[in-house]
Design a binder for this molecule. Structure first.
Ligand code: PLP
Length: 281
């Protein structure tokens, strides 16, 4: 037991320390997943998304697949980009910078669309905004952060507003980021009224880990749908203009049944990832 935890600590350390120099570059050493496996995982996820979304009764478009590539090598990103994948998600700032500025990515993936899905410290905002191909920041959860992004986006002379989602802490867990469900309308209203360089496009949640879908609809997903209905009603927005980013590897099909328009899938595509440390949220 002790040896096992020591090994896993070592593995985590190794993964973080050598991420840029080795892990992102040389997949044969640090992960067993081959590009072939990644492509087949990607096809499988695409197929499942298609099947479940066709069964939906509401008139919703097929959800967007965000391939969450954190800790995974650049070769695999390029590999599925070449098969047609465009949206990629990252949740560590430095890793997103390294990958998005990588010469091969810039050369071979000119139309890549990055989603930032991690916790944002305000002093990192301008770094995130410098990312070429930045498409959506999914994790805005307070007014000060929205203000900071709003100001910084304008400073960079961008013509179009930046798309953002509001992250909601639907499970009300202390260690999770996100605005509480009761405060969602207030934050969305603030952004719409005060942040002219931001375009509010939807709500995002991570939710409680390990929910057993056989017990019925995931309460986190239901809560996010309720938040959407409330935002739509209170702020008089057309609800088809409010996206829901919910669903990961374990539950993306279930999330689609509940109304997701944007699923964030990592390990089902790119393979196993060592469990993150508690502090990384
Ligand atoms: C890592 C991560 C994902 C993907 O998780 P998987 O279980 O590997 O699919 C999705 N969303 C966020 C915010 C993440 O940090």
């Amino acid at each position: 037991m002790y040896i096992k935890s020591l090994l896993s600590k070592y593995h985590q350390l190794f993964a973080t320390k050598h991420l840029e120099s080795l892990h992102l570059r040389n997949c044969s050493i640090s992960t067993m997943t081959s590009l072939e496996n990644v492509i087949s995982g990607w096809n499988d996820v695409k197929q499942k998304i298609k099947v479940v979304s066709q069964k939906r009764t509401q008139n919703l478009p097929e959800p967007r697949l965000v391939a969450v590539s954190k800790t995974k090598p650049i070769e695999h990103i390029i590999g599925i980009y070449q098969k047609g994948q465009r949206h990629f998600g990252e949740n560590y700032v430095q890793e997103l910078l390294t990958k998005s500025f990588d010469v091969e990515i810039l050369k071979q993936c000119p139309d890549i669309k990055w989603h930032f899905i991690g916790h944002i410290q305000r002093n990192k905002v301008s770094k995130i905004l410098s990312v070429p191909g930045l498409d959506i920041i999914e994790t805005v959860d307070n007014e000060k952060l929205a203000d900071a992004i709003n100001v910084a986006w304008k400073k960079q002379n961008n013509k179009n507003p930046l798309k953002i989602m509001v992250q909601v802490n639907t499970s009300r867990e202390e260690e999770k980021n996100g605005v509480l469900p009761d405060d969602v309308v207030k934050l969305c209203k603030y952004i719409i009224e005060n942040c002219e360089n931001l375009k509010f496009i939807g709500l995002m949640t991570i939710g409680r880990f390990g929910y057993d879908c056989s017990l019925g609809p995931n309460p986190d997903f239901l809560t996010l749908v309720e938040c959407k209905n409330k935002v739509s009603f209170d702020l008089q927005l057309n609800s088809s203009n409010i996206e829901l980013s919910m669903g990961m590897s374990d539950d993306f099909e279930h999330a689609i049944e509940c109304g997701s328009t944007n699923v964030r899938v990592g390990s089902n595509i790119f393979g196993y990832r060592p469990k993150k440390e508690r502090s990384q949220k």
